[in-house]
Design a protein around this ligand. Structure first.
Ligand SMILES: *[C@@H]1O[C@H](CO)[C@@H](O)[C@H](O)[C@H]1NC(C)=O
Ligand SMILES: *[C@@H]1O[C@H](CO)[C@@H](O)[C@H](O)[C@H]1NC(C)=O
Ligand SMILES: *[C@@H]1O[C@H](CO)[C@@H](O)[C@H](O)[C@H]1NC(C)=O
Length: 391
């Protein structure tokens, strides 16, 4: 863990910067004649940087600036609401939300927030995603235009888009090893040792039959058998956490059920691909509080992602967050939760039991593809938030 000293020096620096920034903003306010509170200043960056050199208190100011980039401070500093006190906020000030962890990574943050205001953003998807995955989430906003394919091709129309590989020209490929979809489709064969969603982009492969009931063992539930546990038509909206290329959402859309799919772009343009197929991708990590209100969703699904690689405390919070967003009577389909040997009885089963779900289905199976001696196992569970007394 970081030393308290480090924390203290960071907050001292922040205080100095706040003072510096406030004085800059005051100067700005006094110097503008009309609608001061509506004005935005894309050149705040320049103002701050040049002022630093002139301020007598240079050591601290300069030190602080090297730690936190000016564009970051511009975005995160308190913003006065133009129309004054707002009763909904119970405040006249808004603090743009950026994960506190952002400031733990000053080097990456400086690279990410160094760009020309009102210009083109750097083509830096990989940097941004690493920063986000480490905990700087949500990422700070930027005042620039993101990299875009030079010859963007519009998506196929519905329903053709569901099962058609999109055009290579709909993606900026800089961040990925593959530079086109045929490379992604063939990478199971061509890239040894790569096993993160290796079949995902091949819509003719295993993706095609997932959740159809035609494959696999007891841990493979079908969509139909899951939906059959509820009154017809009452499962209408939901979320798939870490849903790969969103085949779950596509299958559900074919049944008129709306599913939003969270995904990262781990060595592939998952978010572009999901959007091209015609369902909604949500670019948030598994650490982020789910952006839905309490008691709203009919179903939450997650396959392979929620597993023993996630720190247990984080997983505990996550399961409670899923419970929170599900409506009473809503379903949590925990699909192929992965762990090893006695971890299951000692850690995960008690953890899942503690949340308060009702067990509708609960199947534990051994995972044998890497050999029985590894004692790997899967749990697939269909859990229901109680209709009554869920609170
Ligand atoms: C911002 O960029 C746009 C597009 O490049 C340009 O038309 C506009 O003049 C710029 N505005 C300022 C204030 O620089
Ligand atoms: C796709 O990329 C691979 C290399 O990554 C290249 O060999 C192949 O020719 C490309 N295919 C198309 C259709 O552009
Ligand atoms: C989906 O909704 C459309 C329009 O309401 C309807 O025609 C169609 O039968 C529905 N499909 C399913 C599988 O329920």
């Amino acid at each position: 863990m970081d030393s308290p000293h480090k924390t203290r020096s960071l907050s001292t620096n922040l205080l100095f910067l706040f003072i510096l920034l406030t004085s800059n903003l005051l100067t700005l306010l006094f110097s503008s004649t009309l609608y001061p509170s509506c004005s935005y200043n894309p050149t705040t960056t320049t103002t701050i940087t040049t002022t630093n050199a002139d301020v007598p208190n240079t050591r601290v100011a300069a030190e602080a600036t090297t730690e936190l980039p000016p564009e970051f401070l511009s975005f995160t500093s308190a913003q006065l609401l133009p129309l004054g006190f707002n009763t909904n906020f119970d405040s006249d000030t808004l603090y743009p939300p950026v994960g506190r962890a952002c400031t733990l990574f000053p080097d990456e943050l400086r690279r990410y927030m160094s760009y020309k205001v009102n210009g083109s953003c750097p083509d830096d998807e990989l940097l941004a995603q690493k920063l986000l995955l480490k905990g700087c989430e949500p990422l700070p906003r930027r005042r620039c235009r993101p990299a875009a394919p030079p010859h963007y091709v519009e998506p196929f129309p519905l329903p053709v888009s569901f099962w058609t590989t999109p055009s290579d020209s709909s993606v900026v490929w800089t961040a990925y090893t593959c530079k086109n979809y045929s490379c992604l489709i063939n990478r199971r064969r061509n890239q040894k040792g790569f096993d993160d969603c290796k079949d995902c982009f091949d819509l003719e492969g295993p993706e095609k039959v997932r959740w159809s009931g035609s494959v696999g063992s007891g841990v493979d539930f079908s969509i139909d058998e899951v939906l059959a546990t509820k009154k017809p038509g009452t499962i209408r909206i939901g979320l798939d956490i870490g849903g790969g290329v969103a085949t779950f959402a596509i299958r559900m859309k074919e049944k008129n059920i709306t599913i939003v799919t969270t995904s990262m772009n781990l060595n592939g343009p998952f978010n572009n691909f999901i959007a091209s197929r015609g369902v909604v991708p949500l670019y948030i990590s598994i650490s982020q509080r789910l952006p839905f209100f309490d008691n709203t969703l009919d179903i939450v699904h997650s396959m392979h992602v929620l597993s023993n690689w996630i720190p247990t405390t984080l997983l505990h919070f996550l399961f409670f967050d899923i419970y929170r967003v599900l409506r009473p009577g809503g379903l949590f389909w925990l699909d192929h939760f992965f762990c090893v040997g006695e971890q299951f009885e000692e850690v995960y089963q008690p953890l899942i039991d503690s949340i308060g779900f009702k067990k509708v289905k609960w199947v534990v199976g051994r995972k044998l593809d890497r050999g029985p001696e590894l004692r790997e196992m899967y749990l697939s569970a269909l859990l229901e938030k109680p209709l009554k007394n869920s609170w």
